[in-house]
Design a protein around this ligand. Structure first.
Ligand code: PPS
Length: 281
């Protein structure tokens, strides 16, 4: 987290570019609330053509995001100083599913644009479990956690890995404070198969010139994912770290089918709410 008046190197880099322009705090704000954190790292891609540029704040997650940590302090005072033409971005995955967050963000600025990365909730739950297992190898089995009673098909919605995937319910809470037009949903699936296309939509949503294009990505066969050809910080290609793109724990077909049945009505409702079919099946 950056304190105003105490710019970090990344703030200084941006400020140096336009020191003569008026400096203000958070003229416009973007909050990716991804249901699963996916480091888009737009800010690390080339910024030849600034402004506008994006100032990226990576907060620890979970559990603390700026809005969780600092609600009772002055939020604006904790954001970095930003030029009028710049966008401040803060990323805290747990925001999307934290009940109090929409109210808090809207109290700070009702104009905030919100970005949510969503993926098939069944895959999301398995990914979540796989990640937790690397930190706690003694975890009960996926099925033990996902079902209250598997033979009766009763899913345990109190398990976070399951609850987070109920996108329609979380979105309802956000729509009480923000219009849908201010929320952009990134498809986690398309982010892998067509990163440039997905980022084109993000740039359009933010009102940015399309600087990030196909030419910034290549498919890395070893990693099995798209990687950046030449990030700003170095001259060499860069893939996301080992914790992104893990081999998932094998879950039996029946459990997966039961979870698909469970999520189907929530998914359909979510597609209707956002006006887009993510085709999770
Ligand atoms: N380019 C690229 N490289 C690697 N991984 C990519 C990429 N694009 C999207 N993804 C997907 O991002 C998922 C990891 O992000 P997470 O949000 O789960 O990360 S983390 O929770 O902060 O570790 C990760 O999920 P898993 O496959 O379950 O690990 C990937 O599917």
């Amino acid at each position: 987290m950056h304190k105003s008046g105490d710019p970090t190197p990344s703030c200084q880099r941006v400020l140096a570019d336009g020191a003569k322009r008026r400096i203000q705090k958070t003229p416009s704000c973007v909050l990716p609330l991804d249901a699963r954190p996916i480091n888009v790292e737009v800010s690390r891609l080339k910024s030849d053509q600034r402004p506008p540029s994006i100032l990226h704040i990576d907060t620890p997650s979970p559990p603390m995001g700026i809005f969780t940590l600092c609600f009772h302090l002055s939020f604006r005072g904790l954001m970095p100083r930003t030029l009028e033409s710049q966008i401040t971005m803060e990323k805290t995955p747990s925001y999307f599913v934290t009940k109090e967050t929409p109210h808090r963000i809207s109290a700070m600025s009702r104009d905030t644009k919100l970005i949510v990365v969503v993926r098939d909730p069944v895959t999301r739950a398995i990914s979540d479990y796989t990640q937790t297992l690397t930190k706690s190898p003694d975890l009960p089995s996926f099925q033990d956690l996902a079902f209250r009673n598997q033979s009766l098909g009763i899913v345990d919605t109190s398990w976070n890995a399951i609850r987070i995937g109920l996108y329609a319910l979380h979105l309802e809470n956000w729509l009480r404070y923000f219009p849908l037009a201010q929320i952009h949903f990134v498809s986690g699936e398309r982010l892998i198969t067509d990163p440039a296309g997905e980022l084109a939509r993000v740039q359009d949503f933010l009102g940015l010139k399309r600087i990030v294009t196909d030419k910034h990505f290549y498919f890395n066969r070893t990693k099995g994912f798209p990687c950046l050809k030449k990030p700003e910080s170095s001259g060499s290609p860069r893939c996301l770290g080992k914790s992104k793109g893990r081999t998932h724990v094998q879950i039996d077909r029946d459990a997966i089918e039961q979870l698909r049945d469970f999520y189907r009505p929530y998914n359909i409702k979510f597609y209707e709410m956002v006006g887009h079919d993510f085709k999770w099946e």
